[in-house]
Design a protein around this ligand. Structure first.
Ligand SMILES: *[C@@H]1O[C@H](CO)[C@@H](O)[C@H](O)[C@H]1NC(C)=O
Ligand SMILES: *[C@@H]1O[C@H](CO)[C@@H](O)[C@H](O)[C@H]1NC(C)=O
Ligand SMILES: *[C@@H]1O[C@H](CO)[C@@H](O)[C@H](O)[C@H]1NC(C)=O
Ligand SMILES: *[C@@H]1O[C@H](CO)[C@@H](O)[C@H](O)[C@H]1NC(C)=O
Ligand SMILES: *[C@@H]1O[C@H](CO)[C@@H](O)[C@H](O)[C@H]1NC(C)=O
Length: 361
């Protein structure tokens, strides 16, 4: 009896003392020409790891999107448990099809999807599931009912529930229900400007420089005003770069005209996107400009224009998360961090930095 009490007290203390560092792994990284596997992440020190991504069908079935997952990905991911007291989640992703399947399944096959999720997290031994709702094409009441139902089902098997949200779409969510039923809300606060705007934009300004322009601070203010439980909210930061081609290389301030996304990186091969290690290997040719008010940095070389977080801008965000009493931070995703020390400051520098800030608040 005494032993049980002591254990409980100890567990409470460790929960209070630890802030979340939620680290995503994107399973597409396993098929890059120089791949990153979950096993490579064992040098990081996150409190939660999220395997991104598994799909669903509109009929509410779980859909494995890459044969790598069941061949060795899930198994390799499980080995991260050797890192200590960590939690492993699986992300039901929206970004491979704009979230349409998930939207349809939640709207019309919700009960079936809830059951399939419960079976899936047990079968593959995850601690929890994260529902990716970074889109706006869904019915917020249907999502609230679904999250409520899923919470009850997962509670029975002692599994956890997270939801990822797009920071700038405050009105798209029933924030009270998400706060009540989710164990964590991962607050994706970046890419506030649509690529369709045809202008170069800061990837993730901490503060707004112009009234009406979104930032981490302005979007968080809206969520807080709507009553979000901030002790469930993790501020998501991105290690990668957003890249553009300028229309006129002499017009390169934030908001200047863009002719489109920058060229794809040699390893990740997605237009407008460079992993941190890809940018570091060309960084020397670039000129740097920091936006001290917004808390951002951009780089340019001729018509190439790149927005990426620096250690300083990230440090400010981590302090901001602590000062605002958030649950912690999240990194989306580790495979786009400096996986091979191309920047010369140590592999997985962003994860390391999160550790430095969050373990000594
Ligand atoms: C990732 O791990 C594999 C072995 O599983 C290894 O061959 C590869 O070099 C590692 N990648 C990096 C960037 O360290
Ligand atoms: C992980 O974090 C703990 C606590 O902050 C620290 O003692 C340990 O050295 C870290 N390990 C690594 C590999 O960073
Ligand atoms: C969407 O559903 C279809 C079949 O219903 C499936 O083939 C596809 O993989 C699903 N996409 C995602 C991203 O889950
Ligand atoms: C952050 O947001 C709050 C709430 O809207 C606002 O009062 C404050 O001025 C903002 N901070 C900065 C530096 O813009
Ligand atoms: C590019 O911008 C510069 C500076 O604003 C301007 O002088 C020049 O005419 C522009 N070039 C073109 C082709 O529009």
């Amino acid at each position: 009896m005494i032993k049980a009490v002591v254990v409980t007290v100890f567990m409470c203390l460790s929960v209070v003392a630890t802030q979340n560092i939620v680290c995503y792994y994107d399973n597409r990284a396993a098929s890059y020409s120089t791949p990153t596997f979950p096993g490579n992440l064992s040098v990081t020190n996150c409190t939660h790891y999220v395997y991104d991504g598994v799909g669903v069908t509109a009929q509410g079935e779980i859909r494995i999107l890459s044969s790598y997952d069941t061949a060795s990905g899930f198994e390799d991911f499980q080995k991260l448990r050797q890192n200590g007291d960590i939690k492993l989640y699986v992300l039901l992703t929206s970004d491979r099809d704009g979230g349409k399947n998930l939207t349809n399944a939640i709207a019309s096959r919700s009960e079936k999807l809830v059951n399939n999720i419960a079976i899936f997290v047990e079968q593959y031994n995850f601690h929890g599931v994260e529902i990716d709702r970074r889109t706006i094409d869904f019915d917020k009441n249907a999502l609230a009912r679904f999250v409520n139902r899923l919470r009850s089902r997962l509670y029975m098997i002692n599994k956890q529930l997270a939801v990822s949200v797009s920071a700038q779409f405050t009105d798209a969510y029933d924030i009270t229900s998400l706060s009540l039923y989710a164990d964590m809300i991962n607050f994706h606060a970046y890419s506030f400007t649509s690529p369709l705007a045809n202008t170069v934009a800061d990837l993730a300004p901490l503060y707004s420089t112009t009234a009406g322009v979104d930032s981490v601070n302005s979007t968080l203010a809206s969520w807080l005003a709507a009553g979000v439980r901030k002790n469930k909210l993790n501020l998501v930061v991105v290690p990668y770069a957003r890249t553009y081609v300028l229309v006129n290389e002499s017009q390169r301030t934030v908001g200047s005209r863009s002719a489109g996304p920058g060229p794809a990186g040699p390893n990740t091969k997605r237009a407008g996107f460079l992993a941190r290690y890809e940018f570091c290997s060309v960084l020397n040719d670039y000129t740097v400009v920091s936006g001290s008010v917004a808390g951002t940095t951009y780089y340019y070389k001729g018509k190439n224009w790149v927005s990426i977080e620096t250690e300083d801008t990230l440090g400010s965000k981590f302090i901001y998360a602590i000062d605002n009493g958030l649950a912690g931070v999240a990194i989306y995703s580790l495979d786009s961090d400096d996986v091979n020390d191309a920047c010369g400051t140590g592999a997985y520098r962003i994860a390391k930095l999160a550790n430095e800030y969050l373990s000594n608040p």
